[in-house]
Design a protein around this ligand. Structure first.
Ligand SMILES: [Zn+2]
Length: 291
């Protein structure tokens, strides 16, 4: 049984998940979830495809997205030679029919495709010939980083998924950073009526250190609305730390399982203790961006 009736971080095959939106929603309903958000990377396609089905299944579906952005966090002060970080920014309650936002999301999708293509060229030079078309053959809907790893495995350059990961991680840092700045992404989410949330903030580090209050402050000034506190990558200590940061800056707290439906089914879905009070606070916060 899941821990909760809410899961606000799920993926489908419109980004790096395995399953269709229908399969994700059916599973969510079957384990007793009531409120879900499909937060695909750089795509709202699952959202648009899911609205009717979610209603039929009695699920509350919160429109969501996870944008791939760059943040110049470590490019100032003592780390000023460091390239921008790649940071995932969640958006909730965005209007999935907003044409301006849809073209913004399409640009973000085009950018990740170009960067994957660049990574393929680097891998080829390193002795692992691979093209963007190979990656698209793995998933034509979203040729993202995860599919580079599965392509490397399926081409026989590694004998398992786990052994293919280092081949990818050796090259990915040499690919240019995303074009989309996190500040612009926050603005675009607001314009589409949504709130912006830093996904799994434990992954954002300068010099191995967790994000500090003084580093977060400029992003709050830029309009950041929340932090994802409940995520499988964050242990108790991390949750406490980021919860205190959220409180300090009056940010909303969100959470979800980040279930990708693989390798072995939806093993994580519903595992994070997301409460309906959290959902309500997110919705309240989003109201200020609706006009
Ligand atoms: Zn995610």
């Amino acid at each position: 049984m899941p821990n909760t009736t809410c899961d606000l971080h799920l993926h489908t095959y419109y980004s790096d998940g395995r399953a269709s939106p229908a399969e994700v929603l059916r599973h969510a309903a079957s384990i007793g979830l009531k409120t879900v958000a499909i937060s695909d990377h750089d795509s709202l396609k699952a959202m648009r495809e899911s609205i009717n089905m979610a209603a039929e299944l009695g699920l509350e579906l919160i429109p969501a997205i996870e944008l791939t952005t760059r943040w110049g966090l470590c490019s100032s002060g003592e780390f000023n030679d460091d390239p921008p970080l790649e940071v995932d920014l969640l958006g909730y309650y965005v209007d999935p029919g907003d044409q301006e936002f849809l073209s913004f999301v399409q640009a973000s999708f085009n950018d990740i495709r170009q960067r994957v293509s660049e990574c393929c060229a680097l891998l080829t030079r390193a002795g692992y010939p691979i093209t963007i078309h190979d990656v698209e053959a793995e998933n034509p809907r979203y040729p993202g980083p995860m599919r580079i790893i599965s392509t490397l495995e399926h081409k026989g350059y590694a004998n398992s998924w786990n052994n293919a990961i280092p081949l990818f991680t050796a090259q990915w840092p040499h690919v240019r950073p995303p074009k989309l700045s996190i500040e612009d992404a926050i603005q675009a989410i607001h314009t589409a009526g949504g709130i912006s949330v830093l996904a799994h903030p434990i992954a954002i580090r300068c010099n191995e250190e967790w994000l500090q209050a003084e580093q977060l402050a400029p992003l709050v000034d830029a309009g950041l609305d929340g932090l994802e506190i409940l995520h499988p990558s964050m242990d108790k200590e991390a949750r406490q730390y980021f919860r205190s940061l959220a409180k300090q800056f009056e940010l909303v707290e969100t959470g979800g399982s980040d279930d990708h439906g693989w390798p072995g089914g939806f093993s994580r879905m519903g595992s994070e203790l997301v409460t309906y009070d959290m959902v309500r606070a997110m919705y309240q916060r989003s109201k200020q961006y609706n006009n």
